[in-house]
Design a protein around this ligand. Sequence first.
Ligand code: PRT
Ligand code: ZN
Length: 286
Amino acid sequence: MSNQIRIAIQKSGRLSEESLKLIKECGIKLSGGKGKLKTRSWNFSAEFLFLRDDDIPGYVYDQVADAGIVGENTVLEKGHEVNIIERLGFAKCRLSLAIPKEKTYTGVGDFAGLNIATSYPNILNSFLSKHGVSADIHEISGSVEIAPSIGLADAVCDIVSSGSTLISNGLKEVETILESEAVLVTHKNFDKTKKGILDDLVFRINSVQRGLGNKYILLNAPNEKIQEIIDILPGIKSPTIVPLAMDGWSSLHSVINEDRFWESIDKLKKAGAEGILVVPIEKMIY
Ligand code: PRT
Ligand code: ZN
């Protein structure tokens, strides 16, 4: 059926909750409960397939699904030619090489001749060849971090997020091969008849993402300080200034980038801003 797109998402795991949350924030409502393998949206022309993350790039490549939400690490490891059309900002992690913490490390050359355990043999192999290093890659599908302590490998190449799993297994991270996050992928030759639906989805995702990075700010200040405050808040374009009931005071409303706001908070207070409210924005439409 060409009047709807099929989107593959992870059934359960580190990507599934955030993927569903994003879909919900895009205003896309799913029919049916959890535990299904396939469900449709009743207010958006999409059908969702719930799969293991490893299968998602292949399903998109084979055009069983039109699009998928998956970790960039998985896309690169599988090596199927798909287009990454959006970076989604969640499931951030890195793929790193780690060695027992007591070992000294001088550079990638140290891996020559070692036995490295990983679930990412393809990415690791191309990283090592790029550095002209030849090592033995031992592919295992889970619990990679325990491999050195049980004598299965000299080093590991695995996904790291906080780093605590490596530490608790007596390992130290010595090289980052890849920085990853969840991405939206589509087939290289995306079906033109469904392009409108995909564009609508991407537009909604962008609106949600802009909203997440920005905050709505409201503050009160004496009139003579308003210009100074506008100068402090970087990126502020055209704030709304509303007079307060209290003579000589105004309320300033605007949208700011959250990261920048925290840099300016002290200056704002010194400049005389009071009653500062910073409120989340659900969506921002340009
Ligand atoms: O069942 P299915 O095959 O669908 O899922 P899965 O078990 O293969 O994958 P899942 O759900 O564990 O992870 C899905 C995706 O989440 C990964 O492909 C990454 O893109 C991303 N992601 C983000 C992570 C992590 N953070 C993460 N911390 N994937 C795995 N980990 C593991 C890592 O393997 C290691 O064991 O967490 C441990 C390290 O975490 P820290 O915080 O101790 O460093
Ligand atoms: Zn998986």
